[in-house]
Ligand binder design. Structure first.
Ligand code: BGP
Length: 472
């Protein structure tokens, strides 16, 4: 059967970044330190970021800090946005760094220089007709909120986040239609330091931190809709399609349990607005008691999100046998014999994306936004300066084809696709530049050497054509 590869009119093609991984300029214009600014680079980075077991100070004798410099997007955003415009981006997903607005997270007044900076970036995007999509919190909680408050398990963060959200929404609600509250919020289920800003992960705290984020997210959603009913507020989770290794019913039950906790739990709260019954049983069994203030459950129920966004890089295979492990930042699982993996061991599974879209649309029935997807690969610059990243084109092409099937065969309402790291940036898990995702190459190596010059990879013109033809 030939599949129509048409995408809906107005489909939001674009690219995604996060402030801490591209801006650099970590200490200018009044910005305070964030958790990313004290996160050391290097091979152990992922483990450290999951646990938060590293000094909460900058320790230049022992570590490097790749996020300090990023790719200098803070100063070069005009040049970069011009290139996004050349590719025809309809949207650009970026985050606002909380500590540029409230340097310590709990300051009395917002930092005008930070607000002005984002205003300039937003205006630059709008100049080209690119709709900004803004993530309010993408792994960059102000450091002071870890040191003085202990991170998201502390209920005081709800009001602090509310104030931050109020300031940015009041300032930008007429210019920015698409928002997301917390990046990959479900990584909080494991208590990752990245998202919970807590140094010790115990289930009780992890689920309390998530509850506090659900409340904060609903407060932001409420405010956004009051300010401008046209605003589309989204949640954002990492999603991995889960398979069972065999047809053993026990494996299927194991999958069911993992699937709902990792893939559904946060979406159930943010899209359906209710604590699911399986979670209440899970809490009881594990002695978890969440402190919920009066009115919070009603707030969560009433102010659910308008769309569901998710990052998708790989699938995950559940097994009851001990087998060879597959790798990923958050989802591991057993190696799937049907799939190839990236250089970093992440299993490549385009069909899994179609399954993800069907699953999420079937369960929630709200518009879906693929806020991250892509291939981390090391690129080679040829003598003539060209970068022939056919592997990246293949990866994206196959995923886009599956998106088209989900839309045209399965009837999924998909609104946007923003491949991750549309311009090369600092990797979240390694802190290195050599794990590249971009259509735009940035001349910078793992040691921070390079001219930062931007150049087009082969995928640049390919993606431009995809957008021009609306996916055809
Ligand atoms: C997601 C994060 C991003 C991004 C991406 C790729 O989990 O939201 O911040 O970095 O993964 O991961 P990595 O940079 O480790 O390859």
């Amino acid at each position: 059967m030939t599949v129509k590869t048409t995408f809906p009119k107005g489909f939001l093609w674009g690219g995604a970044t996060a402030a801490n991984q591209c801006e650099g300029a970590y200490d200018v214009d009044g910005k305070g330190l964030t958790i990313a600014d004290v996160s050391p680079g290097g091979k152990e980075r992922l483990g450290l970021l999951m646990s938060g077991e590293f000094p909460l100070e900058i320790d230049r004798d022992n570590y490097t800090y790749p996020n300090h410099k990023g790719i200098d997007f803070y100063n070069r955003y005009k040049e970069d946005i011009a290139m996004f415009a050349e590719m025809g981006f309809k949207t650009f997903r970026m985050s606002i760094s909380w500590a540029r607005i409230f340097p310590n997270g709990d300051d009395a007044e917002p930092n005008e220089a930070g607000l002005r900076h984002y205003e300039n970036v937003i205006d630059e995007l709008l100049k080209y007709g690119i709709e900004p999509t803004i993530t309010m919190s993408h792994y960059e909680t102000p450091l002071n909120l870890v040191k003085e408050y202990g991170g998201w398990k502390n209920r005081e963060l709800i009001a602090l986040f509310e104030r931050y959200a109020k300031v940015i929404l009041e300032r930008f609600h007429t210019k920015v239609k698409y928002w997301m509250t917390f990046n990959e919020i479900n990584t909080g289920v494991f208590g990752s330091f990245f998202s919970t800003a807590m140094r010790e992960a115990v289930p009780q705290d992890n689920f309390q931190a998530l509850h506090n984020q659900f409340v904060a997210s609903s407060l932001a959603t409420k405010m956004a809709h009051e300010l401008n009913p046209n605003i589309m507020m989204g949640c954002m989770s990492i999603y991995a399609t889960m398979y069972t290794m065999d047809s053993n019913p026990l494996t299927a039950i194991k999958r069911e349990e993992e699937n709902r906790l990792l893939n559904y739990y946060c979406n159930d709260l943010q899209v359906r607005g209710e604590y699911p019954s399986y979670a209440l049983k899970y809490f009881k069994k594990n002695g978890i008691e969440i402190e919920i203030a009066e009115g919070e459950l009603a707030l969560i129920k009433e102010h659910t999100v308008d769309y569901l966004s998710f990052s998708y890089y790989m699938s995950s295979t559940v097994s009851t046998e001990v087998g060879e492990e597959a790798r990923g930042n958050f989802f591991g699982g057993t190696k799937n014999p049907f799939l190839k993996a990236s250089e970093w061991g992440w299993e490549i599974d385009p069909v899994g994306l179609r399954i993800a879209l069907c699953d999420l649309y079937g369960r929630y029935g709200v518009p879906l936004y693929i806020s991250e997807n892509g291939l981390g690969a090391s690129d080679n610059v040829e003598k003539d300066g060209s970068i022939n990243d056919d592997y990246r084109i293949d990866y994206l092409k196959l995923h886009i084809e599956e998106m088209a099937k989900a839309i045209n065969i399965d009837g999924v309402d998909l609104m946007a696709y923003t491949p991750w790291g549309c311009i090369d940036l600092v990797s979240a898990s390694t802190g290195e530049m050599s794990k590249r995702y971009g259509f735009i190459y940035v001349d910078l190596d793992d040691e921070g050497h390079g001219t930062m010059k931007r150049s087009k990879k082969k995928s640049f013109n390919w993606y431009k054509e995809v957008i021009t033809n609306n996916g055809l």
